[in-house]
Design a protein around this ligand. Structure first.
Ligand SMILES: NC(=O)c1ccc[n+]([C@@H]2O[C@H](COP(=O)([O-])OP(=O)(O)OC[C@H]3O[C@@H](n4cnc5c(N)ncnc54)[C@H](OP(=O)(O)O)[C@@H]3O)[C@@H](O)[C@H]2O)c1
Length: 286
């Protein structure tokens, strides 16, 4: 397993975690989702990402069931407060409700899910710091924050460090490479890239992974094949070439989990990286 440091803490987290968007939406899938999470954990994918907004808390409930009888220190739980709940009282109430759904004593990393137009960063971060002081949460982060918002969040957390910004990062969305990633590196903030295969419809219009038969897919297929890997594994390996970066694919099957594990432990040649660079250029979202 490849590990990455969480901010400037002495905590290491797996470079690949388990996303859980859509988990808990359909009761008939719950058993499979729990099984997939447990399978991933057994294979070292102990970082689990959820949010109060995923399936209206259903995802957190599924995660809670999956980890119920495990040693709590064997998993690293990330969950998020929705932007609409980012008042001081709202943050405390949301964290308490998440703890209940997750059936756990503490959240390892608590993120503000999106910037809020209703609540000041100062108010939200004061509440986030309070959660750490109460022992409900170990570490604080944000998600979908710009450089200036990260700076503001840091300023208002007092002595509590801002350890993470969770942001979209995949071949068709490299916008963080311009400012967010360099700033985060300089400040010791871990970038947790979401949607490594480009799904998340609310952000990307549901474009998803390059389809078979497209030029983009041909490139990924042929590069992957050189290493005995799939196009998806090549895409994940490419994401992980960024030093210090963590990624959280959602995989609801054991097969996909194994594939994702095998996206680690090998490196593409400079020529292959260059070909990817030409096919998926840097810059604005595609
Ligand atoms: N902070 C935010 O605002 C935010 C926004 C979006 C997402 N997220 C987090 O990031 C996680 C991942 O993003 P995402 O769910 O949008 O999409 P994603 O991880 O880019 O893609 C998920 C899709 O890829 C498939 N897949 C997974 N591994 C595969 C493999 N090895 N080969 C082929 N297909 C594979 C999955 O299928 P199966 O499910 O059938 O295995 C699923 O359909 C979310 O679950 C969530 O935890 C955060």
């Amino acid at each position: 397993m490849l590990y990455r440091k969480l901010g400037r803490t002495d905590v290491s987290i797996p470079a690949i975690g388990q996303g859980t968007w859509k988990f808990g939406e359909d009761a008939s899938r719950e058993k499979d989702e729990i099984e997939a999470l447990r399978f991933g954990i057994e294979h070292g994918l102990t970082l689990i990402d959820t949010a109060e907004d995923y399936a209206s808390g259903g995802s957190e409930r599924v995660v809670g069931k999956a980890i119920r009888d495990l040693n709590r220190d064997d998993v690293f739980l990330v969950t998020k407060v929705a932007a609409r709940n980012c008042s001081y009282k709202g943050v405390l109430a949301s964290a308490e409700a998440s703890l209940e759904r997750l059936q756990t004593s503490h959240i390892d990393l608590y993120l503000q899910h999106w910037p809020s137009s209703e609540h000041e960063v100062s108010e939200t971060m004061a509440a986030m710091a309070e959660l750490v002081h109460k022992g409900w949460v170990k570490y604080i982060g944000v998600s979908n924050f710009s450089v200036s918002l990260m700076q503001e969040a840091q300023r208002h957390l007092g002595g509590v460090p801002l350890v993470c910004n969770q942001v979209a990062y995949h071949l068709n969305d490299r916008h963080i490479e311009e400012e967010i990633l360099p700033f985060a590196r300089e400040r010791g903030i871990t970038i947790m890239g979401y949607s490594p295969f480009g799904y998340a419809p609310h952000v990307f219009g549901g474009k998803g992974f390059p389809e078979a038969g497209t030029k983009e897919r041909d490139v990924l297929d042929s590069i992957g094949a050189k290493y005995g890997k799939t196009a998806y594994q090549a895409a994940l390996n490419w994401v992980l070439r960024q030093e210090g970066l963590v990624t959280i694919p959602k995989a609801a099957s054991k097969h996909h989990i194994m594939d994702n594990l095998n996206a680690m432990g090998w490196e593409m040649s400079a020529d292959d990286l260059e070909q990817i660079e030409r096919t998926f250029p840097r810059g604005a979202r595609q």
